[in-house]
Design a protein around this ligand. Structure first.
Ligand code: PLP
Length: 381
């Protein structure tokens, strides 16, 4: 196996990918569907996977989802395109954590949204006083935002988990300022400690203000392209009004449903243990090599760790030296709502083999050190 120091992209662990289990599930799915596959799956998609998504929610949240409110999409990226497309007209305002998923920012920019970044911290997520301040400012300008977008669990890119208190406050603010919440729960279920995530905003909501987005990409594989959104009327219809495909592959949906019907707990236990070990290996190497100059988040789950580097770091030099050792990572500015050139790095740790994590992160730490001004002075001496 070639060494791969690819700490880029939010991919799950390839070494616990359940190939054999999916082969069995494929046979079951094909026998079950057979000639039904001549039909278009339709805008809400294969019912068996919607039932599974409901069961998955119940497993964590204690209550099921209404299967009629779930729509299967081609990954959660299509869910984001559909949901954001339904609620953003050019010039509309949306609020989000100041650091957020670059793909979501890409869609918002494409739709010509006015993106307002809300300050956050890396543990508990978006700051609610800051959110209130922004909502107040917007109201003073007669602007009603289309929605607040949040990645509530194991946030991309910081790994923050929006605390229960903040979730409750966000719902109150959404009500007070009459706006919606788009809750992107892409990373719920990837837990390294028992039950680290509070109740979903979607579960806490009592006034139909939350649209939930989720995916099987991050607990199984991005290549399956099986995601979903959950929206009640009238939002469900507003979102579907924007959908023109014939629905998502019913075969892929049925394979995922057959597999997880039997193996959800077992698969999560296995893959989360593997991903958690890699995360700890990253943290261990950072502690040894750069604890005097950097700070970083210590994820309770999810796929990402965020490192803040010293302000004086030469980011081009980090990139150049890391590339010489074949180490890939994502630069922090890709996740900043305005694309500010921040001195931060996002590491996605699930993909690289555990045996290579320390070596790869070691090279990255060397690159970070070499990119400090003192290091240039030393070299010049
Ligand atoms: C927060 C968030 N939402 C959505 C996605 C899209 O994932 P997919 O389309 O594979 O479900 C990602 C992928 O990284 C993400 O981080």
């Amino acid at each position: 196996m070639d060494k791969d120091f690819a700490f880029t992209g939010g991919r799950p662990d390839p070494f616990t990918f359940p190939t054999e289990g999916l082969i069995e599930a494929s046979e079951k799915a094909l026998r079950k569907l057979g000639g039904d596959l001549v039909n278009y799956p339709g805008e809400q998609g294969y019912e068996g996977l919607r039932e599974l998504a409901s069961m998955r929610f119940e497993r964590r949240e204690g209550v099921p989802l209404n299967v009629d409110d779930i729509s299967i999409t081609s990954g959660s990226m299509q869910a984001l395109e559909l949901v954001l497309g339904a609620f953003i007209q050019p010039g509309d305002t949306v609020l989000t954590e100041e650091y957020t998923y670059s793909g979501t920012l890409g869609i918002m920019r494409h739709l010509k949204a006015n993106i307002v970044g809300v300050p956050m911290d890396y543990i508990d997520g978006m700051n609610m006083d800051a959110l209130e301040e922004k909502l107040k400012d917007l109201k003073a300008q007669n602007i009603k935002p289309s929605f607040i977008y949040t990645t509530s669990n194991h946030q991309n890119p910081t790994s923050a988990i929006l605390s229960l208190e903040r979730r409750e406050r966000m719902l109150e603010l959404a009500e007070e300022y009459d706006t919606l919440i788009v809750e992107d729960d892409c990373y719920g279920d990837i837990d390294f400690v028992p039950n680290p995530t509070p109740d979903a905003l979607y579960k806490l909501d009592t006034s139909n203000r939350v649209i939930l987005i989720a995916t099987f990409s991050k607990i199984l594989g991005c290549g399956l392209r099986q995601g979903y959104f959950v929206a009640k009327s009238p939002h469900k219809e507003m979102i579907h009004a924007n959908r023109w495909d014939g629905g998502c592959s019913a075969l892929a949906s049925a394979i995922v449903a057959e597999f997880f019907k039997e193996h959800l707990d077992e698969h999560l236990a296995r893959t989360n243990a593997a991903v958690g070990a890699k995360c700890r290996a990253v943290v261990g190497t950072l502690r040894e090599d750069v604890s005097d100059i950097c700070t970083w988040t210590e994820p309770r789950g999810g796929l990402f760790l965020w490192i803040d580097l010293p302000e004086a770091t030469d980011m081009d030099k980090v990139a150049e030296i890391a590339a010489q050792h074949n180490v890939g990572y994502s630069t922090g500015s890709a996740f900043h709502y305005r694309g500010d050139p921040v001195k931060s790095i996002r590491l996605a740790y699930a993909y690289t083999h555990l045996d290579y994590v320390a070596e790869g992160i070691g090279y990255l730490c060397d690159a970070i050190r070499a990119a400090q001004p003192e290091s240039a002075d030393i070299a010049a001496d």
